[in-house]
Design a protein around this ligand. Sequence first.
Ligand code: FE2
Length: 235
Amino acid sequence: MSEGSDLYFRQIQAGEMANFVYLIGSNTTREAVIVDPAWNIPALLDIAKNDEMNVVGAMATHYHQDHIGGSLFGHTIPGLSEFLELNPAPVHVHKDEAEGTSQVSGIAVSELESHEAGDTLELGGITIRLIHTPGHTPGSICFLVEESGQPGYLVSGDTLFLGSCGRVDLPGSDPEAMYYSLNHTLKKLPDETLLFPGHLYSPEGQSTMGEQKASNPMLRVTSLEMFLGFMGVPS
Ligand SMILES: [Fe+2]
């Protein structure tokens, strides 16, 4: 964070699948949201508490168990439902992800805050913009953290990784939608935008959109056909 910034931003490694959880908020109002709370919820909330931040909401990039908790391979991963028990607050999802989030987390759809693409949350001088990036799942979203005069921060979930992108061979995946999410929606972001992915799948935990546009093969494809070829989708 640069000098004079109101942004409170923490990237936290969590769990056994190299997930990243994020705390994003305002240093002025001491309000933060938690992105993809999963694995050890008390430990995550302790981090916010030690930083004297009030967690006023949770945001889910998508409904997979390693991001929001749920039953996976016979194990139960704590997530959104434990978060709500310990820290009742709105849970923000894209409207196309509400049903899946409900099924995986056990939280009723009516208890979720369903959003349209482009919706924003304001925390002090910080704006968090929801960018709909379907492909990995139907309602996958990235969060663009904006502050006047500062570069944006993109929290990209399982849509864009450093040097790669999320899987598109899972139930609910759509390889063609992923191509447009990456090469039309996200590629338009300024080069100076800082990139924070949903997993540590690379030596570094963060990058910039400029670096990724220059080096990430999934952002360097020149056609849908080429992208589908990389993804192993028969044409
Ligand atoms: Fe995922």
